[in-house]
Write a protein that binds this ligand. Sequence first.
Ligand SMILES: C[S@@+](CC[C@H](N)C(=O)[O-])C[C@H]1O[C@@H](n2cnc3c(N)ncnc32)[C@H](O)[C@@H]1O
Length: 331
Amino acid sequence: MISQTRNPNQTRSAWSQYWELDGAHEQRAVGGPRYRATFEQFWRDQLEPEFASRSSLRVLDAACGDGAVTRHCAAIWQGHQDCTLDLHATDCSERALAAIDALSLPGGPSLVVADAKSLPYAQGAFDCVLSQCGLEYAGLAAFETAAGLVAPGGCLMALVHHDEGLIHQECGGHHDLLSAIADSAVFEHGKALFDLQRLGDSGEIAPEAVADAAAEVGRELAGLLAGLDAYPRDGARQHAERLLQDFSALCARHTAYAPDQACQWLEFHQGALMAFRLRMQSMLTAGQGEAEMGQLEAVLADAGLGQIETGILGAADTGQPLAWSLRACAA
Ligand SMILES: C[S@@+](CC[C@H](N)C(=O)[O-])C[C@H]1O[C@@H](n2cnc3c(N)ncnc32)[C@H](O)[C@@H]1O
């Protein structure tokens, strides 16, 4: 069964934090630009024939994020201006939709904040319902909902996280790296250091005791930094390195900082790290195996879709799985 992470609200909030990073989120994107061309070609192959064979096309990009697929769709449409495009995009994160809005895309997509399980569109409202690694975050019910939105003669087209694919493996590595820091007590020790500093400032303890505590946290941070060598030099590692280096500088120069401000800084960065890990966890949970894809196909068939085709989208160089591809159409 497709399952959701234990607390869907926390997961949605973790995604919103990610989209709030604006351009900086690209650095923390799994796969980065490496697989972009492969994904783009998939959508071109799916959408070109639709534009070429119709005089109008109603398209929904579900769980669209900052609009990777919405943008492909708008770009492909540029070559088919004789076809009228009615483009819609939806995601649970308002911030993600704001990023699309800011692009002023051709086709001017209508944007709606919604959970993919219950989308506010009429049954059969779209010729193409698209999802790139999106619907599975909201579980099987989201695929049932999406199937209901497909108009007669239209199709649901999706890329779905693969539980043994390259993206999944990368997420697993990120999750382990972030967990090594999140599961250590280093943030608590940092906050305890600044609690001690308050006592030092009021003369209740000797400055040497505060300095010893700072040195201890510094050693802990150095150990965590050394542990990062085991991981590839990617966005998660860069994020962690920068964080640990800044944290080390905070400890080394602890007397230069007001304890309240230092604790706020620690709280903020601990929260950001936890959100990054939760996002990785949600991607891992969203990964589907062969049996789960079979269940998904059954749900689509029950919802009235046919001609269901499931395949694997492989990396251009090695052919290793990136995602499941899925196409199912309404008679
Ligand atoms: C891996 S991202 C994919 C985004 C986009 N389709 C892309 O390919 O760049 C997953 C997206 O699902 C959204 N999401 C997570 N849970 C959701 C839910 N329950 N309902 C709607 N969107 C959700 C997140 O905000 C995020 O934008």
